[in-house]
Design a protein around this ligand. Sequence first.
Ligand SMILES: Cc1cc2nc3c(=O)[nH]c(=O)nc-3n(C[C@H](O)[C@H](O)[C@H](O)COP(=O)(O)O)c2cc1C
Length: 339
Amino acid sequence: MGIVERIALEHPVVQAGMGGGIAGARLAGAVSAAGALGTVGIMEPRAFIAALAEAGERAGAGKPVAANLLVPFTKRSHVEACVGAGVAVVVLHAGRAPGAVRALRDAGIEVLQTVGTATEAQQAIADGVSGLVAQGGDAGGHLVGVADTDETLAAVLKVAGPVPVWAAGGVADAADVRRLLAAGAEAVVAGTRFVLTTECAAHPGYKRALVAGTDTVDTTLFGFGWPMRHRVLVNAATERWGEGPRAIGAVNRRTARLGGLLPLRLMALYPRLQHAAVPVFTAGPALEGMPDRTLGVAPLYAGRSVARLHDVVDAADAVASLTRRTSPESPARPPTPQA
Ligand SMILES: Cc1cc2nc3c(=O)[nH]c(=O)nc-3n(C[C@H](O)[C@H](O)[C@H](O)COP(=O)(O)O)c2cc1C
């Protein structure tokens, strides 16, 4: 029996955990209520505890909810929050944490690790995970993926043996989901599709930019405090700075541990402090309630799938668009007007 069956998931479709407030209780709860797997992204521990509880309530009885932990920012209290909330699944990303894997699995939680290569998959299996998320370089947000999603999935499946593999990156519609399931994925993860929902807490201007935008870049520009690769929509910061001056790259690498030391709640402050003329940019996303000027200085995370996504819909409709069995051309409910 695989993870999907063990957690009694109706549709093998997963909303990616998106940290810093993008994927909170409203989004995760609505996705789970619609029969897919909603995921609360990492945030500071007290807010995380509250969000996990609210997501569970919104999802309804018997509907599984997941949590996402970005390893460099994960504290013991995050792990305890997942156990306390009784989440069905935890997905770890951007680092290894065998101690957390053990603690979560001992509590009966399914633990998956996002990987970009077969080697990372083997390491995660050695850490004791119950499943893997094979992330392709097409994916939006924080990237471990390099090759495209189909290639990454095939490489990870080759070494996974009986360990279930979920696929992430480039998923815009039900045909993508069917293709990846047919290629051997146990479930399919989508991020950008779910940013474009009414329940997502992204800045409305960020959603509008995704609806209009087609071009993404894989960049380390937003690396202050956490020198990670990110796939983002082109915006004023990426157009002006590209990869940024070499000196800034060095500063970002030297501040690698800073992000994990600073409280996560400060993440919401960074985009307000950043300025297009100074190429010191953090990974803090543009959220609803932030000034419009943050759209030019914060990372507008987006996968290559953005080129095929043109509407903001309710989360339940996003789930329906990924799970419908009829032809992809069949009419969807009209898109909700954007805020
Ligand atoms: C706005 C945004 C934020 C993201 N934040 C996280 C995160 O906090 N943790 C994580 O594991 N993955 C994160 N990701 C990556 C997703 O887990 C997933 O791999 C990706 O969205 C799949 O590609 P897609 O956007 O084309 O669907 C993020 C992606 C996006 C678009």
